[in-house]
Each structure stands twice: as structure tokens, then as C-alpha cells.
Design a protein. Structure first.
Length: 267
């Protein structure tokens, strides 16, 4: 039985300009008939998505141009969204990674990853959680990653930030389990999106690899799990199998194998 019904209700989606966020917006509009507040830095891409969705569906779409790696961006999104309408759900999807050896020279990049992948998620979660309590209803979905459960060499700060987000969401759900507010996390593995090419990870694992799921399929699984109020959902057989092995093998083995899989190719 579904715990959430998005029809004609406002849902905020961060990182909606491309990839999984874009597909989540499309799915919510087409199949759940939700009204959307789509947020990201690239306003032109948001405008194109708004035009596409409103043309094909009887739903409303509002745009918020914002950089969530900046603290003021988080406050701006919350204030803007809650002025647009009564918010029923938020999906914290915006994320960033870096692929390569962890080194001092990249500290600025690492701080940006932490600010977007965890700090923004934490703050938006708390802002909207208080809001949902006042409204007496609502749902929070944080997109984490399989990397939240496995240390990933050469994406060390990314996996650490996702671990923080996952742990935070798990704890937040327990603290609020009797409130009626839905709090869920969704932890996909590789997805065939521009994040792979922009980070340079495609030099190791092709975007078209069979290990990378299609974003539209992942979006469908994410929303179905969210509607049911699942605490943690992990899509894809290979991802589930990976986490099974993580539980039964020594941690040092898992880290060593992960390091071998992700080690940059020698030039």
C-alpha cells in the first residue's frame, strides 16, 4: 500500500537539469501527475525540461536556478519553493564526484563535493522536515549511492560524502518513525549519466557499460520505493549482489578489490 500520493502536489527535485534528476522529474509528471519545482545551476536546461513536461503533461513546473554547494543557495531554494506552493515532497538528488588519486591539490574540489553531497542534503532535509511537521504530512527522499556502503579508492571523498548522507538519513528516519513523515533513501550504483563523463570515470568504466543502469529505469524504481516509504532501496541485481559480498567478506578484501577495479589506467 502506497504511503505517498503525489497527484496535484508540489515536489521539489534538486539536480534536475540532467541525469537521474531529470528522469525523476519526467516520471513524476507523467505517471504521478505531480507539480514540480525543479532546481539546478543550469537554468537553460531547466527551461527546456519545463517546456517539455508542461507540453506533454497536465502539470505545473516551476524553476529555481540555484547553486546548492553554497549555504545561501540552500536557504534560497527552501524559501523560494515554499512561496510557490504547499510542498508535499523533496528529493535531494544533486550530487558531484571526482575520479582520481586523492591528493592535497584537489582540496577545493573535495570541499565542493562535501558541501553538495552532504551539507546541502543535511540542511534541506532538516528545513523541509520541520516544514512537513507543521503541514502534518510530507516525504523526504535522499539519493545516496552503493558507494555509501563501500569505501571507493579514487573516489574517496565522494564515497565518504555518500556514507555521511546515508547514515544521516537512516538516523533521521528512526528519530521520526512515529510522526507520519516518510523519510527514505535510494542507493543506486553506476548510472549512465553525464556525471561519468564529466568526472573522467568513463576512462575506466564506459558510460555505456552493462554495469551502468539507464537513468529512466532507475528513476522509476526510486519513485516506486519512495511511494512505499521504503527505508533504503538498492536497485539492480548486481548492486544487491555487491552489497551481499560486502557483508560476508573481510573489509580489507572489499577495499582492495574496489581499489583494483577503480585504479586509473596507466598512460
Amino acid at each position: 500500500m502506497s504511503k505517498l500520493n503525489f497527484k496535484n502536489r508540489w515536489v521539489v527535485i534538486t539536480g534536475a537539469s540532467s541525469g537521474l534528476g531529470k528522469e525523476i522529474a519526467r516520471y513524476l509528471a507523467k505517471y504521478e501527475k505531480a507539480n514540480l519545482i525543479i532546481a539546478a545551476r543550469r537554468v537553460k536546461k531547466l527551461e527546456n525540461l519545463k517546456k517539455e513536461i508542461e507540453q506533454d503533461n497536465n502539470t505545473k513546473v516551476e524553476i529555481v536556478e540555484v547553486d546548492l554547494s553554497k549555504s545561501e543557495g540552500v536557504d534560497f531554494l527552501f524559501n523560494r519553493a515554499t512561496k510557490i506552493g504547499s510542498i508535499y515532497g523533496i528529493i535531494n538528488n544533486a550530487g558531484l564526484t571526482y575520479y582520481g588519486k586523492t591528493e592535497k591539490a584537489k582540496i577545493d574540489k573535495y570541499e565542493q563535493i562535501i558541501d553538495l553531497n552532504f551539507s546541502a542534503v543535511m540542511k534541506l532535509s532538516l528545513l523541509f522536515l520541520d516544514y512537513f511537521h507543521e503541514m502534518g504530512q510530507g516525504g523526504l527522499l535522499n539519493i545516496t549511492s552503493v558507494a555509501a556502503f563501500i569505501p571507493i579508492p579514487y573516489q574517496s571523498v565522494y564515497s565518504a560524502s555518500k556514507h555521511a548522507s546515508q547514515s544521516f538519513t537512516d538516523a533521521l528516519k528512526e528519530e521520526n518513525r512515529k510522526t507520519g513523515i516518510v523519510i527514505s533513501s535510494f542507493a543506486p550504483g553506476g548510472i549512465a549519466t553525464e556525471m561519468i563523463t564529466k568526472s573522467g570515470l568513463d576512462k575506466k568504466i564506459s558510460k555505456d557499460s552493462i554495469f551502468n543502469m539507464k537513468p529512466d529505469k532507475v528513476a522509476k524504481k526510486a519513485i516506486k520505493a519512495f511511494k512505499r516509504g521504503k527505508s533504503v532501496s538498492i536497485p539492480g541485481f548486481m548492486n544487491k549482489l555487491t552489497l551481499f559480498f560486502v557483508r560476508i567478506f573481510p573489509r580489507k578484501w572489499i577495499i582492495r578489490i574496489s581499489g583494483l577495479l577503480y585504479a586509473p589506467t596507466e598512460k
